[in-house]
Design a protein around this ligand. Structure first.
Ligand code: 6PG
Length: 250
C-alpha cells in the first residue's frame, strides 16, 4: 500500500488473531536481527489492549523458543499514573501476559514508575533512557510497539496537546483531560529515533482515524500518531480489515 515514505509500510491482515500473529512474528524477527547485529534487543512495549494477544503468543510455544529472551531488555512507551499492581497499569498488563510467563529478570525490565509524582517519574525515566540507550544522541530503541486510539492518539500523546511541546524532552507527563489524570509518555523525539516502529490497530472504531492519518494531510494536533515518522528507521502499520475499511486503494 502506498504510504508517506519508502520506509513506511502498511500490512493489512484478516482479523485480530492474524494481527496478533503478525505483530508477534515482527518482534521475533526484529529481536533476531538486533541480537545478531548488536548482541541485544531493546524493545519498548505498547500498552492498551491490542498488544495483549501478541504478548501471549510470544510467551508461549512455538515463538517463546525463537528468541534469546535473556538478551532482551523491556521498556515502555507510556504508562498510566497508577501503581504497578493496578489493573490500569500497562506494566501490569505486559507483566501478566509476557514478562512473568517468560521469567524475565527484573533487571531487564525498565518500567515507568506510575506510582510516583508524574513529572518526577517522567524525568527519572528520561535519565534511564539516557543511561541505558543513549550513545550520545537521542536514545534509540531497536523497536517500539505502539497502538492507536480511535481519536488518533498513540502512547500518551493525545489530541488537544501540541505533541512537539517542550520538544527537548525525552519523556513527559501530560495531564489528559479525558481521563482527568496525568500520563507518562515517550515523546516524538524518542519515538522517531527508533530503528523500527510497529503500530498495531484493529477494529472498525479506528477506521476513520486510520484513513485520515494514512491518507489525509499530516495533522499531529488533530491526530498525534501522525508525528510517528522514524528519522532513519522503518515504520510498519499492522492493521486488520476492520480498521482498514476506509482506506482507499484496497
Ligand atoms: C495506553 C496506550 C495507548 C493505546 C491506545 C490503543 O496506555 O492506553 O499506550 O496509546 O495503545 O489507546 O489502545 P487499545 O489497544 O486498547 O485499543
Amino acid at each position: 500500500m502506498s504510504t508517506r515514505s519508502e520506509r513506511e509500510h502498511v500490512r493489512v491482515v484478516a482479523d485480530e488473531s492474524a494481527l496478533a500473529e503478525a505483530v508477534a512474528e515482527f518482534v521475533v524477527e526484529r529481536a533476531g536481527a538486533a541480537i545478531a547485529e548488536r548482541g541485544r534487543f531493546d524493545l519498548a512495549l505498547a500498552g492498551g489492549s491490542t498488544p495483549k494477544a501478541a504478548y501471549a503468543l510470544l510467551a508461549a510455544p512455538p515463538l517463546r523458543s525463537r528468541v534469546a529472551w535473556e538478551l532482551v531488555r523491556f521498556f515502555f512507551g507510556d504508562e498510566r499514573c497508577v501503581p504497578p499492581t493496578d489493573d490500569q497499569s500497562n506494566y501490569k498488563m505486559a507483566n501478566d501476559a509476557l514478562l512473568a510467563p517468560l521469567g524475565i529478570a527484573e533487571s531487564a525490565v525498565f518500567r515507568m514508575r506510575g506510582e510516583d509524582e508524574p513529572h518526577a517519574a517522567a524525568s527519572a525515566y528520561a535519565d534511564i533512557l539516557r543511561r541505558e540507550l543513549s550513545a550520545g544522541g537521542t536514545p534509540a530503541f531497536d523497536a517500539i510497539m505502539l497502538g492507536m486510539g480511535p481519536d488518533g492518539h498513540t502512547a500518551s500523546l493525545f489530541p488537544g496537546h501540541d505533541p512537539f511541546e517542550d520538544d527537548g524532552a525525552l519523556v513527559r507527563a501530560p495531564y489528559v483531560e479525558k481521563f482527568a489524570a496525568h500520563r507518562i509518555t515517550l515523546t516524538p523525539q524518542v519515538l522517531n529515533a527508533a530503528r523500527c516502529v510497529a503500530i498495531a490497530t484493529s477494529g472498525t472504531q479506528k477506521a476513520a482515524a486510520l484513513a485520515a492519518v494514512l491518507e489525509g494531510p499530516r495533522d499531529p494536533g488533530k491526530y498525534p500518531i501522525s508525528v510517528v515518522a522514524p528519522v532513519d528507521g522503518r515504520l510498519t502499520w499492522f492493521v486488520d480489515r476492520a480498521a482498514a475499511a476506509q482506506l482507499g486503494g484496497r
